[in-house]
Design a protein around this ligand. Structure first.
Ligand code: NAG
Ligand code: NAG
Ligand code: NAG
Ligand code: NAG
Ligand code: NAG
Ligand code: NAG
Ligand code: NAG
Ligand code: NAG
Ligand code: NAG
Ligand code: NAG
Ligand code: NAG
Ligand code: NAG
Length: 832
């Protein structure tokens, strides 16, 4: 199509649009001339949401509400006239003379109004496809009011909950009074911004559940947030007391929301379309009694696995023993022996310094105060140094939390959670003098430990066998991050604000003046050398060629992206060097080089048996999941391939080379680029041809990589044989012939893993499907590999499985920057 005909199409389209608006064929808008009268409705453009009149169960009252238009149960996600129902079917929703959106009854009384000063009388309200009802002036298109600002009992993706600690303003979800009465009930939920922000559920004004503080990635009192299912949350801080919660779900076709029921139950529900359709809770805030706020009173902890569930913290005793023993825990516990600093104040005997007792895996108590100390030692000292401090905790992303006064709402988790250090008088700690009793009990304990060790090792042996089949979900508390490493890790976070700069002198010395003997390889835009610092630390050094003028952007991207990321499956950047013409990046050294050096080398591929390969697959998944979903940023790698997967001592994979990565804002899902970079063979069709990339283009590359790992063959190793098919075409052919076994690398002996390998082939084929929307997201892939999802969909024909394209000549990896394939996307780029 030439430009002329394109323009005329657009004009025609515009004319049609106007025509529709004026004459009522467009039915997503309310204006003063185009209002709705019970039982009329309007439907959003994509037909996802509908607005109209409805009656709740067992009620004849009429309310204006928004519901999902395409599901069999009318589920209002927003109700307008909650306080003043209509008692007949004479209701109208329209734009009033003052420009507000209003609900009127037959007598023209205003039952509900958007109640903003609009300064115009010709505004219109539009129901958007995300469920938002937006009142806008027809002139400038600014919104005057939105239903998302006044939520009812449902939080739908795209909505934002805001709170401001300075103005005290909060957007709250408020429950209905009962399933048949939408008026405002006693429960509400929103952000409590008073100290470290968290989400709180209130019964009137009493908190009854809370998430624990936000650490930049998760609410640390919700251990399920380690799981991918609840991911997509973000709590943005405007630096001025304002916080905004948003949730992004990768798959928009999937109907899910968070609802606060009239009984005060809060959870995530999913629409299940099977049978006639129903809502299913996929997560609930209160999973056991210990989730109920302050169940055990002050200075006590709650453990649902114990009976009774409440116990005083060590060094504390029930305030009222009778009540406590009859399981009335309201009064909580009190300190048995005053802290030393208190004894000083009261002129008592001094004794030794107070100490801290560590409580592991807890939901940290309420009323944490944030301290600016960033090391654990300093945090401990801050607490120790101030007599009003009774406990501290140190947690990645928040760093130092201190508590004064009472400790309320401590729950013990079986995994996850934080470590809480409680301040106790010296004599309450475990370091008492050894007496006879202790010796006797020690003997018993030693015996018990011996038995326990035997049990533990046999259990571990069994567990090892089991976990070899299990994909590890991305626990934020990676073993590598525990205890001292947490400090180290956090120090790194801080340091990386200004990435260490190495001097050129030092790097010249480390690499013996870039001696070719130390050259590890040639990257896309510069050689990589091995080096060694005087202290013995080995490094890999990428020297970017500035001569070509290229590499500068990659250098910046890589520094920005990777210095913000910390994950065991991503390669670590140690620092950089910019001096004169030189730009260099310094990484940790990976002794086993990259995956392709094993996979495609006939003499070394046998070193990777199936278990190692599967471990590598899992690791890549975890690294990708972190990039796509878990880190603060959302990152599309764009150049995932075997040579960018480095292997450490134990052959754990680490994703490297972020020079082409793109950072997405949390609410962005895809982007277009006029400059297609990447490696043929791993590029998804929409990226290679249209410059469109998203998480799903990384998934495509992962799929190719997965098939390469299984087959031990490169996509590009197929010219001229096997009937001129690519790896994908070959895999597809074998899949259809039911001969998957022929794809598997003969170098891996596998009878006992047959099923697992076939499953991987299946997943691989799902990842390389032609259309991005058909490809699973990375967290789904993990569940699939892990056999959590048992019934895998049937893959459709992969991209590139038939055509042998003319691109073959470019399929070697030397050319990383083919020219723009499509000129049109270049103009799109500037619009974003
Ligand atoms: C509606 O009324 C019927 C009969 O009184 C009752 O059985 C049912 O539980 C009610 N439903 C709701 C949601 O209140
Ligand atoms: C409506 O639901 C049906 C099945 O429940 C689905 O096939 C269809 O795509 C949906 N339409 C929209 C616009 O979501
Ligand atoms: C409905 O409510 C109006 C006031 O809003 C009242 O005047 C009228 O009598 C009511 N009708 C019925 C049938 O209850
Ligand atoms: C409109 O808002 C004003 C203050 O913002 C309030 O006083 C008034 O009661 C509101 N009116 C309605 C109908 O909600
Ligand atoms: C809107 O206001 C203008 C003047 O302010 C008036 O001429 C016009 O009739 C009004 N329109 C409606 C629909 O009330
Ligand atoms: C909410 O508070 C009311 C009154 O104080 C109480 O009866 C009810 O049990 C509470 N509900 C929950 C879920 O805490
Ligand atoms: C528990 O103790 C508190 C205060 O002593 C008292 O007010 C409350 O009624 C008691 N609750 C029960 C269930 O006995
Ligand atoms: C201890 O902390 C409290 C509360 O922040 C503060 O008011 C007080 O000055 C501190 N005391 C010392 C000795 O730092
Ligand atoms: C615990 O401390 C908080 C704030 O420091 C206070 O609001 C609350 O009332 C206290 N609770 C008890 C049981 O003392
Ligand atoms: C794989 O190789 C074939 C030719 O060998 C090529 O046409 C194709 O673009 C490559 N990429 C993919 C993803 O299949
Ligand atoms: C892209 O634009 C350049 C110059 O603007 C032109 O030379 C080239 O032919 C165009 N390519 C395509 C595929 O349209
Ligand atoms: C399979 C393999 O070559 N593993 C090596 C990885 O690197 C460590 C440390 O250099 C070697 O000890 C392993 O043999």
């Amino acid at each position: 199509m030439d430009l002329g005909s394109c323009t005329s199409m657009i004009v025609l389209h515009l004319i049609l649009n106007c025509f529709c608006l004026e004459f009522g064929a467009s039915i997503d808008t309310i204006s003063s001339s185009q209002f709705i009268r019970d039982p009329e409705t309007i439907v959003s453009a994509g037909k996802k949401f509908e607005l109209g009149f409805f009656s709740p169960v067992n009620s004849t009252n009429r309310y204006v509400a928004i519901w999902y238009s395409n599901i069999s149960i009318t589920t209002p996600v927003w109700v307008a006239n909650r306080k003043k129902p209509l008692n007949d079917s004479s209701g109208i929703m329209t734009i009033s003379e003052d420009g507000n959106l209003v609900v009127l009854n037959g007598q023209q009384d205003i039952l509900w109004s958007s109640n903003v000063s609009t300064g115009m009388n010709d505004s219109r309200a539009q129901l958007m496809d995300d469920g938002n009802l937006v009142l806008g002036g027809s002139e400038n298109g600014n919104s005057l009011w939105q239903s998302f600002q006044e939520p009812s009992d449902t939080y739908i993706p795209q909505m934002r909950l805001a709170a401001n600690s300075k103005t005290g303003k909060k957007t709250l979800l408020t429950s209905w009074k009962s399933p048949s009465d939408p008026s405002i009930g006693s429960f509400s939920l929103g952000i409590d911004p008073s100290s470290i922000p968290e989400i709180v559920l209130w019964n009137d004004s009493r908190p009854i559940w809370r998430t624990g503080p936000w650490n930049g990635q998760v609410f640390i009192g919700v251990p399920e947030m380690n799981s991918v299912y609840l991911d997509g949350f973000n709590l943005a801080d405007d630096g001025n007391g304002g916080f905004t919660l948003s949730v992004v779900f990768a798959d928009e076709s999937y109907i899910t929301n968070f609802v606060l029921s009239s009984e005060g139950k809060f959870g995530q529900v999913d629409w299940d379309d099977t049978n006639k359709g129903s809502w299913r809770y996929q997560w609930e805030s209160v999973q056991d009694e210990c989730d109920v706020y302050g169940k055990c009173g002050s200075f006590a902890s709650c453990d649902a696995k114990n009976s009774p569930i409440c116990s005083c913290l060590k060094g504390f005793e029930p305030k009222n023993a009778d009540e406590w023993n009859s399981r009335n825990w309201t009064n909580g516990c009190v300190r048995r022996k005053a802290m030393r600093c208190e004894r000083i104040q009261n002129g008592g005997e001094l004794g030794k310094e107070d100490g801290f007792l560590k409580l592991e895996r807890v939901k940290v108590p309420d009323f944490a105060e944030w301290s600016s100390s960033i090391t654990e030692q300093k945090c401990r000292y801050d607490c120790w140094n101030n007599c009003s401090c009774v406990a501290y905790a140190y947690y990645t992303g928040i760093y130092c939390m201190l508590w004064r006064g009472n400790l309320t709402d401590i729950k013990m988790f079986s995994s996850g959670g934080a470590d809480l250090y409680i301040r106790l008088a010296y004599t309450e700690l475990d370091n008492k003098k050894i007496n006879l009793k202790v010796i006797i009990s020690l003997t018993v304990v030693v015996g018990a430990i011996a038995i326990a060790i035997c049990v533990f090792y046999s259990w571990r042996w069994i567990e090892r066998k089991r976990t070899s089949k299990k994909v590890l979900l991305p626990k934020r508390k990676d073993p590598i991050l525990s205890d001292e490493n947490v400090i180290q890790d956090n120090l790194n976070h801080v340091k990386l604000q200004e990435l260490p700069l190495f001097s050129l002198q030092m790097l010249i010395a480390a690499t013996d003046n870039f001696n070719t003997a130390n050259k590890l390889g040639q990257g896309g835009f510069g050689p990589v050398y091995k080096g060694k610092f005087p202290d013995g630390q080995e490094i890999a050094l990428k020297r970017l060629s500035r001569a070509s003028g290229q590499g500068q952007e990659e250098f910046t991207t890589e520094v920005v992206v990777i210095s913000k990321l910390q994950h065991m499956n991503l390669v670590r950047l140690l620092g950089c060097c910019v001096e004169g013409e030189e730009m260099m990046l310094v990484y940790e050294y990976m002794p086993n080089r990259s995956l392709d050096a094993f996979l495609f080398d006939p003499s070394r591929k046998h070193l990777l048996d199936w278990k190692k390969r599967f471990n590598i697959v899992e690791g890549i998944c975890r690294g990708l999941l972190y990039l796509h979903r878990d880190s603060r940023l959302r990152i599309i790698h764009r150049d995932l391939k075997a040579s960018n997967i480095l292997l450490d001592q134990e052959l754990n994979p680490k994703i490297s080379d972020f020079g082409m990565a793109r950072i997405f804002r949390r609410n962005e899902d895809q982007a277009d680029t006029g400059r297609v970079v990447g490696t043929f063979g791993y590029m998804s069709p929409e990226y290679a041809m249209e410059g469109r990339f998203s998480e799903k283009s990384d998934v495509f590359s992962f799929g190719v990589l997965l098939l390469e790992i299984i087959s031990g063959r490169k996509n590009t190793s197929f010219y001229g044989n096997e009937e001129a098919l690519s790896l994908l075409g070959y895999a597809w052919k074998l899949w259809n012939e039911g001969n998957i076994a022929a794809l598997v690398d003969p170098g891996i002996s596998y009878p006992s893993f047959r099923e697992e390998i076939f499953r991987c082939v299946h997943v691989g084929l799902l990842c390389v499907q032609e259309f991005a929307k058909d490809r699973p997201a990375i967290f789904t892939i993990i569940s699939m590999l892990n056999s959590e999802i048992v019934d895998l969909p049937t893959p459709k024909q992969p991209a590139f499985s038939e055509r042998r394209s003319e691109l073959d000549t470019a399929s070697l990896q030397h050319d990383r920057r083919p020219e723009s394939v499509n000129n049109v996307t270049v103009t799109l780029l500037s619009g974003r």
